[in-house]
Design a binder for this molecule. Structure first.
Ligand code: ZN
Length: 188
């Protein structure tokens, strides 16, 4: 960070405050003692998401939040846990320092967290975002979750019936089937 007045590279921070979408820092140059302001933002705006059809789209934080909060809708999650998970996902994304990430990789990051948070939210999210190749692999995911269920953890017997309200994976497959064929890029 160079002083805009004298180009000195050392400065001290004399004030720092969070302004909502970034951190504003008031600095004082160690050489000329003049003061200037810097603004620190997470690198998110520059992150590009590579879609399944290879199109690039700028990462939109609100979209990620919308998809995750939708998956978690009406689930008995502790207050703040969705926000915490999302913030962890976002910091994973920015820590990676990558300019591009595939939508599939973002989906995996989300699913890793939802899997331990709430299995219904996980299945809901996975049914929309995971590239389930067929109904059988989707069924295996659900069965794996049921098998891992610990006794007495309070999940109602009918939890999977919630899935009926969600996007059916079969319909998704048909829609996707109209897309041009391309090499299999997503191992199960
Ligand atoms: Zn200076």
């Amino acid at each position: 960070m160079y002083c805009p007045f004298c180009d000195e590279s050392s400065s001290k921070v004399i004030d720092s405050r969070d302004s909502g979408d970034g951190i504003r820092r008031r600095r004082e140059c160690l050489a000329c003692a003049r003061r200037f302001t810097t603004y620190e933002r997470v690198q998110m705006r520059a992150l590009m998401v590579v879609k399944r059809d290879e199109r690039r789209e700028e990462f939109v934080r609100d979209k990620l939040w919308a998809s995750v909060t939708k998956a978690c809708a009406k689930r008995p999650l502790p207050l703040g846990s969705i926000e915490k998970a999302l913030e962890e996902i976002e910091s994973d994304l920015s820590d990676s320092g990558r300019a591009e990430i595939t939508s599939k990789d973002i989906g995996e990051l989300v699913m890793d967290r939802l899997k331990v948070m709430d299995r219904v939210a996980y299945i809901r999210y996975a049914s929309v975002y995971r590239d389930f190749r067929d109904i059988e692999s989707f069924k295996q995911e659900i069965e794996a979750l049921i098998e891992n269920r610990e006794p007495g953890d309070g999940v109602p017997e009918n939890q999977l019936s919630l899935l009926e309200d969600e996007t059916p994976p079969i319909r998704r497959r048909r829609r996707r089937g109209r897309r041009p064929k391309r090499p299999q890029a997503n191992p199960a």
